[in-house]
Design a protein around this ligand. Sequence first.
Ligand SMILES: Nc1nc2c(ncn2[C@@H]2O[C@H](COP(=O)(O)OP(=O)(O)OP(=O)(O)O)[C@@H](O)[C@H]2O)c(=O)[nH]1
Ligand SMILES: [Mg+2]
Length: 325
Amino acid sequence: MDEHHNHFIIEEDHTRETGQANGNTSITKSGFATIIGRPNVGKSTLVNHLVGQKIAITSAKPQTTRNRIQCVLTEERGQIVFLDTPGVQKAKNKLGKYMESATFGALRGIDLVLWMVEPDKRVGEKDRAIAERLARETVPVLLLINKVDTIPKDELLPVIAAFQDVLDFAEIIPVSAKTGEGCEDLVDTVFRYLPYGPMYFDPDTITDQPQRAICAEIVREKALHVLEDEVPHGIAVLIDKMKLRRGKPLYDIDATIVCEREGHKGIIIGKKGTRLKEIGSRARYEMEQSLGKKVNLKLWVKVRERWRDNEVLMKNYGYRKDDLE
Ligand SMILES: Nc1nc2c(ncn2[C@@H]2O[C@H](COP(=O)(O)OP(=O)(O)OP(=O)(O)O)[C@@H](O)[C@H]2O)c(=O)[nH]1
Ligand SMILES: [Mg+2]
């Protein structure tokens, strides 16, 4: 992030023309907007909707997102880089600490914070703690009241009033990441707050996530959907092999689901392997959508006790502290 930061300092007046090569002069805006909030409020659902592609996995279970994920929205008027982050929650292990760094580190060197909340007028302690943390930020904070499709219109004003009491917001925008309501307004507003400047990424870029990481996340998402209770929270997914078959539009992918206990392994596999099969067929379908090619997916399950407190294992599974710098 630091190099971007320098970039802002160099471009003091925040105006710069681009597109001069072909004689056209167009002025673009570009910058970074971090989405932060409690688990399960809909952060990842929103970024997927905004960039028009499923990049970040989502589920009805809290703590779905574990890494910081960049999703890029490019329009003629400029480029917004959204940073999706893990939901703010008390860390219970090293993975939790890692997730915390992924979230709060995403507040450095950015242009705008989008704080997402549920449409509930009782502002809980956890949201108050987030407000206190955000009060220290110098960049503008937009409040996104998500899931407005779940409440009657007349319940919105009391929610707005309640949150206005906890922080000084640049704007408050009601949205529904599910139906898309309010999202155009949101994008217009974000652009208003971004500085003028050239785009950071090629217009074709949608995310910083490598295809391998996306495939691993797809398997984890399907495990979250298929498995009950605490089991999916102890899961990591490793892509052991991902290879395009010679001369064929087909990927051979081997992936391992890592869990924390022998008992969990049995649950994941299920009677006669039915549950693992279910995870596999759902994951394969979505990988094919994402890769635009056929996929031959083989899934394995192994136990690594307390991997969430083991930095070496965490690194292997894609949770690398160095990547968060
Ligand atoms: N009705 C409704 N449901 C939504 C909306 N946005 C998200 N959801 C649902 O809320 C749940 C959580 O969504 P996620 O996008 O995974 O939430 P998150 O904030 O990324 O959660 P973490 O990654 O755990 O922090 C999912 O079941 C979504 O389908 C919305 O606008 N309306
Ligand atoms: Mg998420």
